[in-house]
Design a protein around this ligand. Sequence first.
Ligand SMILES: [Zn+2]
Ligand SMILES: [Zn+2]
Length: 375
Amino acid sequence: MMFRRKRGRDKTSANVRLVGRDERERATYIIYSAARLAAALDFLRQTPVTEEFVYLIVETPQGNIGRDLVYIFDESDGTPLALAPRPASSDPTPSETHCAWCGHFVVPVELPRLRFHEVVSSVATHVLVEGPLYKRGHGFSCEHCGFLQCAVCSGMTNDDADPPMPTCRSCGRELRFHMEDVPLHELRESSRLGPNGEIVLFPDDPLGDETWGLLPLKVPWTVDVEAFLAQPTLPYLWPGDDRYESLVADWGADARRMLRASWINVYLHHPNPDVVSECLRVARPDSVYNMTALADLLASPTAEQSLKTAASVALWALDSEPKVRMVLNLLLSRGLIASDYSPQAVHQALAELWATCPAEKARWFEEQLDDGEDD
Ligand SMILES: [Zn+2]
Ligand SMILES: [Zn+2]
């Protein structure tokens, strides 16, 4: 059977004409011209830009407007005029780089942009990205389906400061931020002695926050942890850094408690086993801000077994189910961000937690291990 294609006039091509293409090193500009601004706007609304660094520009006598991955904008100064509409497919297309639902590139979140807030509730790690996700073309990924889902297709196009996490449109499960791939363990394990052998240099940690890892830090190889924490005023970790100091200022009356938690985090990451051991003995890691450091120690590829046992005992001694759960969520990567511990390290950490689990908690602990496992 023959189909006769309807020769309907393409409205946009009638009003908008391709002028040329300008390939630059970092960007591609595709230039059009139109007799009227309204036609240009119409055209841009209907012509998706699915890649980063590709710009459609329509020149008109009333001024030029453009479209990029996120916005329709005024070309003269880049001011966004409207969020560029994205097509919405009900039939997802799997991709490791593009949204399954609209086909737009999902810009991976760079880790240093993140700030972390641990919460005691169900999710171990809560992430705030600076500014709404859709403005930078960010999005999410579903570990179960393997689909990416951009912020727009997730319905996150308002400027809500702390929006609820969206769920996967395909399976309804929790999503994770789509992030650039960084070998975190390499950075974590690169703590090393300074040139004179007396100073430990901690590099900054891409998952770091103001209580650990925000910036590189030098500390002595030997520390009297008890005397240090007994000082009437605890020092800042990064004195003189504006961003850090403004974060500390937000702590207000909590500053001492937060600084104590911060230094405990430093000492739990210390490569000198005597420092870690003394820290666990004299300073209860009882803040929610210490749970990541405990998980790091339990899953450390280099820490001595006796330290892991001590860390596990210290965790149970807190007698706090939410805190044990936070550590478990981190070890099992149940948070929004994959924790990047090796499977073997996680296995050993769980074995240690089992071995030191108080008898009356055994049943609860078993339930926590089962809980949240899909399939
Ligand atoms: Zn999308
Ligand atoms: Zn899914």
